[in-house]
Design a binder for this molecule. Structure first.
Ligand SMILES: NC(=O)c1ccc[n+]([C@@H]2O[C@H](COP(=O)([O-])OP(=O)(O)OC[C@H]3O[C@@H](n4cnc5c(N)ncnc54)[C@H](O)[C@@H]3O)[C@@H](O)[C@H]2O)c1
Length: 378
């Protein structure tokens, strides 16, 4: 396997790929010199001169695309055309057309094509999903929560994500709101059908800097205009009669990566907090309990992702490991297990993002096109 883009998430992919039995043939960063440095720090066999060279290289079977968003589509298209299996970071493409083109390209190529919506891989998330699926909660009525971060809190904080040419027209919602919506739909089995959104850009200008994701900016650069949102508030309705809302923000002081999801169903409510993923809150009218991750006390659907004994905390990296292992198993010809996030899920997210952008711009409710059944291999 090989990795294009060697920043925060590229290193996470490298670790998970190795644990899943992958051989890290090479990496590519934004310049040959940076690729050399990345190859040394990640222990890759070689540095590619460019990501374009990497994605078509003869000795690579699986390509991981971990670059800024604007490069996802061209690199994934080139990789699929060269017969590679592809794991492409979210957002899959800059818009719905791009995401649809990638879904079509993956189907035509007959290759595995996955998107790391990795929060699906917490055992507690699987437990919540299983309780909804088996009817233990009763029908879902309200779905709500938030995804809050603070790394872009000040106008001197910056990142390529702020620039719509590199990150896309939506920033906070596409970057982290897409994770929240994927998880909400994954846990409940509902599909968001209509959205009504408001967006906030707290700083019309930010100081240019080259800070990496989740690092504070130094504020040294000149000011530039910002066209992407710092926060979004979205109300929605689902295909099975539920209502919901979510608050998405990259400027919530003190919140680092708080993805919180609560589901209120007829008999039981469930709450999951990504920063405390070892527990699931289950509320009933007579009593509420906090369930700890414990394979022996969980459904088989959840227990399969419990890789450590109870009391030995699992976290984000374990989710990534489980996701990459499933993709590689599918690449090796195995059955792709239920729940593997694919390019079709990336397209789904692109449709929700587009509806949210339109709703905020036009100040009205906007329909989200239904997911069709697409022929994707695996
Ligand atoms: N699934 C998740 O949980 C998750 C988490 C974080 C980031 N992401 C996604 O991963 C992607 C990367 O985000 P990040 O936080 O790692 O960003 P980052 O800024 O830390 O890293 C981006 C990397 O891309 C490299 N790059 C830039 N231009 C390039 C080019 N032309 N060719 C090759 N490499 C190039 C940069 O050198 C850098 O190493 C984004 O699409 C983001 O949405 C996903």
């Amino acid at each position: 396997m090989a990795i294009a883009g060697a920043g925060f998430i590229g290193a996470v992919h490298a670790r998970s790929a190795r644990l899943a039995g992958g051989r890290l043939v090479g990496v590519a960063a934004s310049s040959p010199a940076r690729s050399e440095r990345a190859a040394a720090s990640l222990g890759a066999e070689r540095a590619f001169n460019s990501a374009e060279e990497l994605v078509t290289s003869d000795d690579v079977d699986v390509v991981h695309i971990c670059t800024p968003n604007h490069l996802h589509r061209p690199l994934a298209e080139a990789a699929l055309a060269a017969g590679k299996h592809v794991i492409c970071e979210k957002p899959l493409a800059m818009d719905v057309l791009g995401a649809q083109a990638l879904v079509d390209a993956a189907a035509e190529a007959g290759r595995q094509a996955a998107v790391p919506f990795v929060y699906r891989y917490y055992p507690t998330v699987r437990e919540a999903r299983e309780r909804v699926r088996t009817g233990a909660t009763g029908p879902v009525r309200i779905i709500h929560g938030n995804y809050l971060q603070d790394w872009l809190l000040h106008p001197e904080d910056d990142n390529w994500r702020v620039d719509e040419q590199l990150g896309g027209a939506s920033r906070a919602f596409a970057d982290i709101g897409s994770h929240w919506c994927d998880l909400a739909e994954f846990v409940t089995g509902h599909r968001i059908t209509r959205v009504c959104a408001r967006m906030l850009t707290a700083f019309p200008e930010r100081a240019k800097s080259s800070s990496r994701a989740f690092e504070h900016g130094n504020g040294a650069g000149e000011m530039r205009e910002v066209g992407t949102e710092d926060a979004a508030i979205v109300q929605f309705e689902t295909d099975r009669g539920a209502v919901g809302s979510t608050v998405i923000s990259q400027i919530s002081a003190g919140r680092k990566n708080q993805l919180f999801l609560e589901v209120a169903a007829a008999d039981e409510s469930l709450a999951f907090n990504q920063e405390e993923p070892e527990t699931l809150w289950r509320g009933r009218r007579e009593a509420a309990i906090v369930v700890k991750r414990d394979a022996e006390a969980m459904s088989a659907a959840a227990a399969r992702y419990a890789v450590l004994p109870p009391g030995h905390p699992q976290g984000y990296a374990d989710c990534f490991d489980a996701f990459v292992a499933e993709v590689y198993a599918a690449v090796a010809g195995g059955e792709a297990p239920d729940g593997l996030p694919r390019f079709t899920d990336g397209l789904r997210a692109a449709r929700i993002i587009e509806a949210v952008l339109s709703s905020a711009r036009e100040e009205r409710w906007v329909e989200v096109p239904a997911p069709e059944t697409l022929a994707v291999v695996g």
